[in-house]
Design a protein around this ligand. Structure first.
Ligand code: CAA
Length: 391
């Protein structure tokens, strides 16, 4: 009998927006002690999209280097995961076809379950590749966290995309077989079709996240998963980075381990560096945590990494990857830090103006001003059709 091939992350790449808002600016205008953001939420800055950026431009920017490196010969599926859908029918990934030269012989789908959908896409990709190890799946998690102005959630906005090439014999990390799952009907965060910002019960969403994480861990343990002590590090969905610390504390309690701040710090350090300055990127946030860990930690060869994915509403999954030898040669650490450091700082007034910018809905021909210096932009909207261009 043939041995089942290992499946996992063969390449990963990150993109974010043209603008950035320092949270000190927000604190000053909201008359809030900046320590609440820096220490309490663990956030220093947030990415802010330009009017000519959206989830498609970020997705294209994240995916382009992967396609340059690996080509498209084995690409059979493109899955985009997002909470920030631009259309209620058409998958956002289809706009990538002309931008990236994607083959027509692909299946293309958009997945939705708040911040969890990226993990659903990764698991579905693994299933497809297990059936045919010769094919690769491009998973793109791309999101803009856009909350109502003058609400407590405002400081937890952000934007980013992580593209993952999932394949057999991966060059970066193998997906381990055991997963722990939990789902329940919870109204902690949702966005009806007629709203541009979500409705969120902030403190309830934190307790829902913690409860779901504990249940997913319980399922994982019951299915023969590793002990908590076996993991080298843990990546959590990070709506704000201190949430990861709350979650790990809670997981330790759930596993019957007395939480120790030093052990929690050791387990999570390196996983929060990027999210701290990007803000919440919903579906991309967990994979940005993994990117941060791989980019900043010492050698993790053969190390098992625990991952906790949470999407309000609510679904949680605890799963793990094992880092493979030689992974460092495949990381894009310089490109990621350039994407972060090249953002243009804006002041509070510009941020408010951008927040209130919406695409026209009258079906006319509208050309958008050029803001982004990224590789792709939304050039306009005509007859209700978004028109993208390569810069
Ligand atoms: N110095 C240091 N720390 C301070 C401080 C100061 N001067 N002032 C306040 N803090 C601390 C608080 O003690 C608190 O920490 P603890 O939780 O550890 O006690 C922290 O800063 C935040 O303070 P508050 O709880 O008073 O903040 P808030 O009520 O104004 O808002 C929030 C916080 C509820 C998270 C809000 O930002 C929010 O609604 N965010 C969006 C929802 C969210 O991110 N939920 C997370 C789970 S759901 C999920 O993960 C899915 C998703 O992506 C949305």
């Amino acid at each position: 009998m043939n041995e089942t091939p290992s499946v996992g992350i063969h390449d990963m790449s990150f993109a974010t927006t043209h603008y950035v808002l320092d949270l000190d600016e927000l604190a000053r205008h909201h008359n809030v002690n900046p320590a609440k953001y820096h220490v309490g939420l663990g956030q220093d800055a947030m990415s802010v999209p330009a009017p000519d950026e959206d989830i498609v431009t970020m997705a294209a920017t994240a995916a382009a280097p992967i396609l340059q490196r690996h080509g498209t010969d084995h690409l059979r599926t493109v899955l985009i995961a997002t909470e920030t859908g631009i259309d209620q029918a058409k998958a956002a990934a289809l706009y990538l076809h002309p931008l990236l030269g994607l083959p027509s012989t692909t299946r293309v789908v958009e997945l939705k379950q708040a911040c969890y959908a990226g993990t659903a896409a990764v698991q579905m990709a693994a299933g497809l590749i297990a059936r045919d190890p010769n094919q690769q799946v491009l998973v793109i998690a791309s999101d803009i966290a856009h909350y109502q102005l003058d609400t407590p959630a405002e400081a937890t906005q952000g934007a980013g995309a992580v593209a993952l090439l999932v394949s057999a014999d991966p060059a970066i990390a193998r997906l381990d077989p055991v997963c722990g799952l939990y789902s329940a009907d919870v109204m902690d965060f949702w966005r009806p079709n007629y709203r541009t910002t979500p409705i969120v019960d902030g403190h309830y969403s934190i307790t829902s996240y913690l409860a779901a994480a504990a249940q997913a861990w319980r399922d994982y343990s019951g299915r023969g998963g590793r002990d908590l002590s076996e993991f080298a590090s843990f990546c959590y969905h990070q709506p704000f980075t201190t949430m990861a610390f709350k979650a790990h504390h809670h997981l330790m309690c759930s596993a019957g381990i007395t939480p120790d701040p030093t052990a929690i710090h050791a387990a999570l350090r390196y996983t929060t560096d990027y999210n701290r300055v990007i803000g919440n990127s919903y579906t991309a946030s967990l994979y940005l945590a993994l990117t941060s860990l791989l980019d900043h930690a010492g050698d993790l060869t053969d190390a098992p990494i625990g991952l906790l994915s949470y999407g309000s509403g609510a679904v949680a999954e605890f799963f793990s990857v094992t880092v493979v030898p030689g992974y460092r040669e495949h990381l894009r650490t310089t490109a990621t830090s350039q994407a972060i450091s090249s953002r243009k700082p804006i002041d509070y007034d510009d941020y408010r103006a951008l927040h209130d910018t919406h695409l026209p809905t009258d079906g006319g021909r509208h050309v958008l001003d050029e803001h982004t210096t990224g590789g792709f932009r939304l050039a306009g909207v005509t007859n209700h059709i978004r028109v993208y261009e390569t810069c």
